[in-house]
Design a protein around this ligand. Structure first.
Ligand code: NAP
Length: 321
C-alpha cells in the first residue's frame, strides 16, 4: 500500500478515547490471581533481570516448574540457586543469546525435545537501544531480540502447541508499540535506509510482535492454545544497560524515579498465564490486566500477513501453514 494511503487509513482509525483509556489504565493495579501453578511448566525468556526475574520468583512461589531461556550462564546459575533455596520447585535454564539466529533455533530444538507440554510460554527478553546495533547475522538487534526471535520460537512450536491442544503464550509487549504510529517499514525492518531512533526501533519491534499475534491467533483458533500480549507497566528494571553513559544517567536520575516496582508486572503476567477468568481469551492486548485496544497498525491483518511472509523469509523458515 502506498505510504500516504496507509497514513490516511491509520489516521482515520485512531481514536482519542484509546489514548485516554491507556492513560487511565496506566494508573491501575493488576488483578491478582491466587490459583496455584503446581504441575505447570513455564518457559520464560530473559529470566535473569528486571521483570523476568521477579516473574520467575512469582511462578516459583506458586509451585510451577520453570525453564528459563537466558543469555548469561553465571546469572542463570545464581537465579536457580536463589530460587531453589527458597522454593521446592524444578527450575532449569537453557543458554541462548536471542539476538543470534543459531541460538534462537537451538532454544527451539531444546523446547521441541521436551517430553511434556509447555503450559505457559512467556516471551519476555527484550532490549532498548538508543544507537543502532547489528548482530553477526546482520539483523538490527532490537528487531531480532524483541520480535524475530519470539516469532521464530512461536512458529517452530506451532505443531507442539497444536498437538498438546493447550497452553498460553504471553508476549511481554509494550505501550511503546504506539511509537510506530504509522506502521512498519516492511522494506526496511533492519533500519538500513531509514533514520534510526531508540523509540522508533523499539516501537516497531513491539508492533511487529502484535501483528504476528494476529496470525498466530488465527492459526490456533479452534484449539485450546491462547496467545495474548501485554504491557507490563512502566517499571524499574535493568533495561537500557547496553546504552551509553548519558542515557544511563538520565534513566537513573530521572526515569527510574517515576517508575513502579517490577512486582506489578509479575502479578499481571501471572494472572494472564493462570487465571481461569480469561481462559478463552486470545489475540488480545492488555495493559497489565486491563484489556486495551492497541493502535490501528497493530490490528491491520493485511499488513500482518505481509509481515508474516517477510519474517519467514528473513528467518529462512519454510511456509508450512
Ligand atoms: N521496564 C519497563 O518499564 C517495560 C515497559 C514496557 C515493556 N517492557 C518489556 O518487558 C520485557 C522485560 O524488560 P525489562 O524491563 O525487565 O528489562 P531488563 O531488566 O533489561 O530485562 C531484560 C531481560 O532480557 C534478557 N535479554 C536481553 N537481551 C537478550 C538476548 N540477546 N538474549 C537473551 N536474553 C536477553 C536480559 O538478560 P540479561 O539479564 O543477561 O541482561 C534480561 O533477562 C522486555 O520485553 C521489555 O521490552 C518493559
Amino acid at each position: 500500500m502506498a505510504k500516504n494511503k496507509k497514513f490516511w487509513k491509520y489516521f482515520k482509525a485512531y481514536k482519542w478515547s484509546n489514548i485516554s483509556a491507556m492513560l487511565k489504565n496506566n494508573k491501575k493495579e493488576p488483578k491478582i490471581c491466587n490459583d496455584s501453578a503446581k504441575g505447570k511448566l513455564v518457559v520464560i525468556t530473559g529470566g535473569t533481570s528486571g521483570i523476568g526475574k521477579v516473574t520467575v520468583e512469582k511462578f516459583a512461589s506458586k509451585g510451577a516448574d520453570i525453564i528459563c531461556i537466558n543469555r548469561n550462564k553465571e546469572k542463570s546459575e545464581d537465579l536457580v540457586t536463589s530460587i531453589k533455596d527458597k522454593y521446592e520447585v524444578d527450575i532449569n535454564f537453557f543458554i541462548a543469546d536471542l539476538s543470534l539466529m543459531e541460538d534462537t533455533h537451538k532454544a527451539c530444538e531444546y523446547l521441541l525435545n521436551l517430553d511434556r507440554p509447555i503450559d505457559i510460554l512467556i516471551h519476555n527478553a527484550g532490549v532498548y537501544l538508543t544507537k543502532k546495533q547489528y548482530t553477526k547475522d546482520g539483523f538490527e538487534k532490537v528487531f531480532m531480540v524483541n520480535y524475530l526471535s519470539s516469532f521464530i520460537m512461536n512458529y517452530r512450536l506451532i505443531d507442539k502447541f497444536k498437538t498438546q491442544n493447550s497452553g498460553r503464550i504471553i508476549l511481554v509487549n509494550s505501550e511503546g508499540h504506539r511509537f510506530a504510529a504509522w506502521g512498519l517499514k516492511l522494506d526496511d525492518l533492519n533500519w538500513k535506509k531509514h533514520r534510526y531512533s531508540g523509540l522508533k526501533s523499539y516501537g516497531s519491534a513491539k508492533l511487529a510482535q502484535l501483528q504476528s499475534m494476529l496470525i498466530f491467533e488465527e492459526i490456533f483458533s479452534g484449539t485450546s492454545v491462547r496467545i495474548n500480549a501485554m504491557h507490563p507497566g512502566a517499571v524499574k528494571s535493568e533495561t537500557g544497560q547496553d546504552n551509553g553513559k548519558a542515557y544511563k544517567s538520565f534513566k537513573k536520575k530521572v526515569l527510574d524515579k517515576r517508575l513502579k516496582q517490577t512486582e506489578i508486572s509479575a502479578e499481571a503476567i501471572y494472572y494472564l498465564s493462570i487465571s481461569e477468568e480469561i481462559k478463552d481469551v486470545s489475540g488480545k492486548f492488555y495493559n497489565l490486566t486491563t484489556l486495551e485496544e492497541p493502535t490501528p497498525p497493530a490490528l491491520d491483518i493485511e499488513e500482518a500477513r505481509k509481515l508474516w511472509q517477510v519474517s519467514l523469509d528473513l528467518a529462512k523458515l519454510n511456509e508450512k501453514q
